[in-house]
Design a protein around this ligand. Sequence first.
Ligand code: FES
Length: 292
Amino acid sequence: MGRGRAKQAAAHRGVVVGPRLLLGSQRTPADANFMSRHHCSHALCVARELPWPVQGAHREGVRYHRIPLDEPMGDTAAIEGLSRAIEWGFAAHEAGGIVLVFCKRGQSRSASVVAGILMRLLQVEAAAALALLRTAQPSARPDQALRSALDRLQVEPGGRSASLEPALEASDVSPVPKGYVAIGKTVGELSALPTGLRVSIGGDRSIAIFLHCRQLYAIDADCPHQGAGLELGEIEDVPSAGPCVSCPRHGWCFELATGYCEDILDYAVRVYNVLRLPDDRLCVSVTPRAHG
Ligand code: FES
């Protein structure tokens, strides 16, 4: 391959921008190697002109979404479209997803969205987010309207507070085993909570994760009686049943290891496998364990 074509191919390759955040071109979602190596769980297309669904792209376990941005864009459309795309990508990332954003070349529209997600994750301004992005993809170059839209977007409080270092250490992120999803929290963060942790793992499913006596447990977060959040329940060790969580609303008790309800057997909750990765992140199985 000549130097010109090699350079062009590199510019269009998917890249890891930060932990669980990927940037790509129209070729990336169909790149089975890249998608499975990085355990991509969410793919956001921001190109109106690409065929939809993207040919060869739809893979099991990946949630695809499209928020088309035109090129070039007017200022108002740029702000509106960019905000929606950033919001979707940020929410997917916060839910523990591994998020790919792609457009035709992976240089302007998708790069702007990824920069916006970085702004929210790291609480930095547009210039810092773009500088960080270019360490992974030097050809990233938002067009004029998108660049000024990024400048006008506020860095919203409430995103994860972090230095730039974790994002630069993308290669240190432990791979998530097949069938599991990373939830974007660490065991350290869980142990600092007075209650369990409620996380959404896609669709309308939420899981409550507990750390009790150095043991991790994961069960359905919604009480099967009237839907109270079990993550807020108290845990006690019940002889012959092991650790149980009591529902904060009416007190029904559920075994953390099996999900069985101590009060009414028919109301068991589902139990999930939960792992601590070498980098301390938590991940849970996408499907529940079969009841024994
Ligand atoms: S809502 Fe949980 S026991 Fe009633």
